[in-house]
Design a protein around this ligand. Structure first.
Ligand code: 3PG
Ligand code: MG
Length: 418
């Protein structure tokens, strides 16, 4: 069922509660928290401009990090209000509490076209608990609800779900924002009748994180290319040795079942035929979490079926990168989720970069629709300077995966039907 759009609303002089995903990467510099990547803020600007032009009184709510009910100042949204104001070129008021008298007064004081950002909703445990009394307090601030937080729509929290129920119960409308609509379009509707060949590239650490998405995409895709550490679990399933590579021996059956399904459905299912491997050497030091730090030495290509006992696979190898690129070059629809290797270390970034380039080329030369499923693949693509060379990059990590799995996202389900 199609959901109501912000464009369907009459918001003039209405108090509009807009849930956004401003969970942006931050870093402390000279005692101040600074934003490392403002993509998630930038992507909400069309919705905000639309609301401002329509004369709405805009109340923004968001979470930052996982403060677990504590008012941790390093997770304050204050720097986000400043950044947003700079990006919009207009003032953004800030309320240092998301509920209560202060927040209510600030919301009531808004004039048409003005914007207020509320402090981190996760300063209250009631947010993640989706506590009805807390959701009702949030609902008191507004007449209308708009959800533009696709990245948090897989959470049934008070500000993503509960508040919409309260506003709807009062007869208020609950609509999707423009970013939310784009995400649902590219990760959903655009894939219903994909132009073929439809190629899916999956990477990342764990088969267990991706198995549901693999299973669903096996029903839709022509080719599935597997990289990242999860490929080592598939190698185990084929009876190969993976040395010290990250793998999940208890997921070997799951990997086998996926390969059987691919065969039965005649889906081309490609695993790496070679890898860049390295030999981890214990430095005797511990990281912040108390885990030993390994120095990876002697990076080299390995095209034998087995990985030596003292080594680990950290990237796809050059032959695999070439094969994957060839398949990608013919694609008309591409989904990519998860890097091919440990791309943060440039010795192990080549496989991911070659794939990124192949995806960008297929988009430009072949008119392929390329959809990047958020999180690390977006980071890798941006790092390679190719972020603007694909059709769509999701702002969701977990949310994009769950949506691609075919799950109903609670933050979407709570919106009014058209
Ligand atoms: C994200 O960054 O993935 C979303 O904002 C959701 O955050 P969460 O995983 O802490 O719920
Ligand atoms: Mg997350």
């Amino acid at each position: 069922m199609s959901k109501l759009s912000v464009k369907d609303l009459n918001v003039n002089n209405q108090r509009v509660f807009v849930r956004v995903d401003y969970n942006v990467p931050m870093e402390e510099k000279d005692g101040k928290m600074v934003i490392n990547d403002a993509t998630r803020i930038k992507e909400t600007l069309p919705t905000l401009k639309f609301l401002v032009d329509a004369g709405a009184r805009v109340i923004l709510a968001a979470h930052l990090g996982r403060p677990k009910g504590k008012k941790d100042p390093t997770m304050s949204l204050k720097p986000v209000a400043e950044k947003l104001s700079e990006m919009l070129g207009k003032p953004v008021a800030f309320a240092d509490d998301c509920i209560g008298e202060g927040a209510e007064k600030a919301a009531d004081a808004l004039k048409p076209g003005e914007i207020l950002l509320l402090e981190n909703v996760r300063y209250y445990n009631e947010e993640e608990a989706n506590d009805p009394a807390f959701a009702e307090k949030l609902a008191k601030l507004a007449d209308v609800y708009v959800n533009d937080a696709f990245g948090a729509a897989h959470r049934a929290h008070a500000s993503t779900e509960g508040v919409a129920r309260f506003i709807a119960k009062r007869g208020g409308k609950c609509a999707a924002g423009l970013l939310m609509e784009r995400e649902l379009q590219y990760l959903g509707r655009e894939l219903e009748n994909p132009a073929r060949p439809f190629v899916v590239i999956l990477g990342g650490a764990k088969v267990s994180d991706k198995i549901k998405v693999i299973d669903r995409l096996l029903d839709m895709a022509d080719s599935i290319l597997i990289g990242g550490a999860m490929a080592y679990t598939f190698k185990l399933a084929l009876g190969n040795k993976v040395g010290k590579s990250l793998s999940e021996p208890d997921k070997v059956d799951v990997a086998k079942a996926a390969m059987e399904k691919a065969k039965a459905r005649k889906v081309q299912f490609l695993l790496p035929t070679d890898n860049i491997i390295g030999t981890p050497v214990d430095t005797g030091k511990l990281n912040k979490k108390g885990k030993p730090i390994f120095d990876i030495q002697h990076p080299r290509a390995n095209s034998a079926a087995d990985i030596p006992d003292d080594s680990e696979g950290l990237d796809i190898g050059p032959d695999t990168a070439k094969t994957f690129s060839e398949v990608i070059s013919k694609a008309k629809t591409i989904i990519w989720n998860g890097p091919m290797g440990m791309f943060e270390d440039k010795r192990f970034a080549e496989g991911t970069n070659v794939v990124a380039k192949a995806v960008a080329d297929a988009t430009a030369k072949n008119g392929a629709k390329s959809i990047i499923g958020g999180g690390d693949s977006v980071k890798a693509l941006n790092k390679a300077g190719l972020g603007d060379k694909v059709t769509f990059m999701s702002t969701g990590g977990g949310a994009s995966l769950e949506f691609l799995e075919g799950r109903v996202l609670p933050g979407v389900a709570a919106l009014s039907d058209k």
